[in-house]
Design a protein around this ligand. Structure first.
Ligand code: URP
Ligand code: ZN
Length: 471
């Protein structure tokens, strides 16, 4: 593999900010210095560009079955190519156990699907839906032998994905001793189901009832409850896609007492609010993700949380379904819920937009500084999920996953130009400043402006060490 010299860029990590050169060799960062002289290297001039570690998106759902034949519309190939164009070089997706299955079977199935397709590096959180003794007994091996150190459980979607509090507790006890961490979708699923039934009985079927039946209070309640269970089980706990200020309050309260409670939020909760559900007709179905968009007060709370480290990570929860049926069929489309909001597949796209949105709306808007940006996008997910220091920073010996980012280039986010299969954008027409220019995956240039130079199958599975040991 050729040597690559990235010359004269502004190297930014979670703690550094200086101008220098980086030599990439055999997939790793070989040297960092000033005026490096290297023979036979392909030189990339980076003057005026930010040189940052490749992004790590800790929450995506590529080609994910949702039951009844419904599936997200990005394959591992299209979704990871889209990720790469957005400056993300590692994704963490999910291996979901179906009822009657063992977690290892789910992992093997997902590995087989991902390996020939992934264009960036990848790992899996295991999702448990059927917490039997046999399933629990497999968990130590998943952590110790398979490199899966995080386990997602749902407190929502009763009868489908939801597990009860005893199952949560048992899983926590089992994995906690082995360096595992439990990730929670924290909403009170049973109360929400009652609210959905009430709404439908009253003839309220439009998409805005998705938001009205998933109140902030029920996210706050579930978050508080599960942190208490984790406290009892003495394991770190990680709340996925935190959206409500009530949930953040529960995290802050626990952290203030010294509990290892962590959480991520997503760009859509930072930049969009519930007024999107007032759009006419069925258009607002584009914003049906779970939890739903919240109010402006929540946005302010989330920014505070990011600034003061009560929220550690920004992930996308990329879970794309087309708006129209035509491109990829009804089973990958929001149109499934045309007559009933409860049938709209939950999830929204965004894997390509995380860096530009957070740079523009986070750094340039003055909410966070550049080091914190790198921390949220790459370093914290690497540390939280057992990938650091192989990934998540720019250091000698780390994987040569590097993004060259033009901090001044303006561009417009649009479904016409993004690389996902999905046919709409939550941020259609939004102009942002800051654009990914080049992306290197383990030393190979895979994105060069608008050109795609990567290959399906070049992504490598990432066996991870302990999760939740970020502090
Ligand atoms: O709407 C979302 N987030 N879909 C993905 C599945 C889930 O609820 O986490
Ligand atoms: Zn998700």
């Amino acid at each position: 593999m050729e040597k690559v010299l990235i010359r004269g860029g502004r190297i930014v990590t979670a703690v550094d900010d200086y101008v220098g050169d980086i030599l990439l060799e055999r997939g790793k960062i070989e040297a960092i210095g000033r005026s490096l002289e290297v023979e036979d290297a392909a030189v990339h001039e980076a003057s005026g560009l930010l040189v940052m570690p490749g992004g790590i998106d800790a929450h995506v759902h590529m080609e994910t079955p949702m039951g009844n034949g419904i599936e997200t519309c990005d394959s591992f190939e299209t979704g990871t190519r889209s990720a790469a164009f957005g400056g993300t070089t590692t994704i963490l997706d999910f291996a979901q156990q179906f009822k009657g299955e063992l977690p290892k079977q789910a992992l093997d199935r997902r590995l087989a699907a991902a390996a020939p397709q992934c264009c960036v590096d990848y790992g899996f959180h295991a999702i448990l839906t059927d917490i039997t003794a046999d399933a629990l007994n497999q968990l130590p091996d998943l952590v110790n032998l398979e490199g899966v150190s995080s386990f997602k459980l749902y407190m929502a979607y009763p009868g489908v994905l939801m597990v009860d509090d005893a199952g949560i507790y048992r899983t926590m006890r089992k994995v906690g001793d082995h360096g595992g961490m439990v990730n929670l979708h924290a909403e009170n699923g049973v109360v929400i189901q009652a609210l959905i039934e009430e709404a439908l009985a009253a003839g309220n079927t439009s998409p805005k009832y998705h938001q009205l039946t998933r109140p902030q209070l029920m996210e706050g309640e579930a978050t508080h409850r599960v942190i208490r269970i984790a406290e009892l089980a003495e394991v770190p706990v990680y709340i996925v896609h935190l959206s409500a200020k009530e949930a953040l309050e529960a995290v802050v309260e626990a952290r203030d007492r010294g509990i290892s409670a962590f959480a991520e939020t997503c760009p859509h909760y930072l930049f969009l609010d519930k007024s999107e559900y007032e759009r006419p007709g069925f258009d607002s179905a584009k914003f049906v993700m779970t939890p739903p968009l919240r109010d402006r007060e929540c946005q302010q709370a989330l920014w505070r949380g990011l600034k003061f480290d009560d929220l550690q990570i920004v992930a996308t929860d990329h879970c794309p379904f087309c708006f129209n049926e035509k491109a990829h069929g009804i089973l990958k489309s929001k149109q499934l819920g045309k007559d009933n909001f409860a049938e709209i597949p939950n999830g929204a796209p965004g894997v390509e937009y995380r860096l530009p949105l957070l740079f523009d709306g986070g750094v340039l808007a003055g909410h966070i500084n550049l080091n914190r940006f790198v921390q949220l996008m790459a370093t914290a997910p690497a540390k939280m999920f057992g990938l650091f220091p192989r990934k998540g920073t720019i250091a000698v010996g780390s994987d040569a996953d590097i993004v060259l980012f033009d901090p001044q280039q303006k561009h417009t986010l649009s479904a016409d130009t993004h690389h996902s299969n999905v046919d709409y954008s939550l941020f259609e027409g939004r102009e942002v400043t800051g654009k990914v220019q080049k992306v290197f995956l383990r030393g190979e240039l895979i994105v060069d402006g608008d050109a795609w130079l990567g290959r399906a199958g070049m992504g490598q599975y990432q066996s991870r060490s302990a999760s939740g040991r970020i502090i």
